[in-house]
Write a protein that binds this ligand. Structure first.
Ligand SMILES: Cc1cc2nc3c(=O)[nH]c(=O)nc-3n(C[C@H](O)[C@H](O)[C@H](O)COP(=O)(O)O)c2cc1C
Length: 256
């Protein structure tokens, strides 16, 4: 049994909600899935005030006391997470962006390793691909394995051909997501992800100390010594690239 949670960024049970329900039906046809739909509108989530306390001292010191941790706990308890949002003014909806802002400390201290993420974006006409790309990058920053998402053009009234295209896209995306959800081993990082890890940890190690939450988090996780966030066989080329990224990180710190 795998648990999947879909976070929906708009208020109405319109095409985004319907797409998520279709995704759920497909997943349940593939295997044993427990599926939860979370409408962000049903949770109290204040706007980030930009104090950066979460980055520096820790998320537990955030001055906002709302449902942030309930939402994060839902992610922690899931094997798979879906972010579903309409395209509003060429971006994610405001509640979805607010969630990302409030969880931005996770980019410093990623934690969702071994879990799968995907994005579903509904659009009227144009701009959805850039939003899927953006959300996929956020999912990667959180630590998820990212499964390629989908963009659905959901203008109404809709022809039968347009509806069939939507159904096909959801089917393909849910099949990809299910396959990724069932993978046992976490992915080998791309060069970009490896570089991000190695350069961040070098600068954290050289510039910060025990007073910093990031420093303690890296230390507790053994990340100052490891090749990547989690045990993975990097292969010769990536091992060498990792050393080069370490050196680049050191030079960057010296220059700063
Ligand atoms: C405030 C607002 C802004 C929108 N901006 C865009 C946009 O930039 N590009 C686009 O293709 N569609 C845009 N749309 C259309 C929605 O993305 C589209 O209708 C989508 O299907 C809405 O999702 P829903 O059916 O789940 O409500 C916008 C809609 C609203 C209400």
């Amino acid at each position: 049994m795998k648990k999947v949670t879909a976070f929906i960024g708009n208020h109405q049970k319109h095409s985004t909600y319907k797409a998520v329900c279709e995704f759920e039906r497909n997943l349940k046809a593939y295997g044993n899935i427990e599926f939860e739909i979370v409408f962000l509108k049903d949770y109290q989530l204040e706007y980030c005030r930009g104090c950066k306390v979460c980055f520096e001292k820790g998320e537990e010191y955030c001055p906002l006391h709302d449902d942030r941790d309930i939402l994060m706990e839902k992610m922690i308890q899931s094997d798979g997470v879906i972010f579903a949002t309409p395209n509003y003014a060429f971006h994610v909806s405001a509640p979805m962006k607010n969630l990302l802002d409030r969880l931005a400390f996770t980019f410093h201290r990623p934690r969702f390793f071994g879990k799968t993420f995907t994005a579903i974006v509904n659009q009227g006409i144009f701009g959805g691909n850039a939003i899927v790309k953006y959300l996929s990058s956020m999912g990667g920053n959180f630590g998820f394995r990212v499964s390629k998402g989908c963009v659905l053009t959901t203008l109404e009234p809709r022809s039968e051909a347009a509806q069939n295209k939507i159904t096909r896209e959801i089917k393909k995306a849910s099949a990809r997501f299910y396959k990724d959800l069932m993978r046992a081993a976490p992915p080998v990082p791309s060069f970009f992800r490896l570089m991000t890890f190695r350069m961040s940890r070098t600068s954290i190690q050289l510039m910060l100390d025990d007073k910093s939450k990031d420093y303690r988090y890296y230390k507790e996780n053994g990340w100052f010594e490891s090749g990547y966030y989690y045990p993975v066989s990097l292969g010769l080329v990536k091992k060498m690239a990792g050393r080069i990224f370490d050196g680049m990180g050191k030079r960057m710190v010296k220059r700063s």
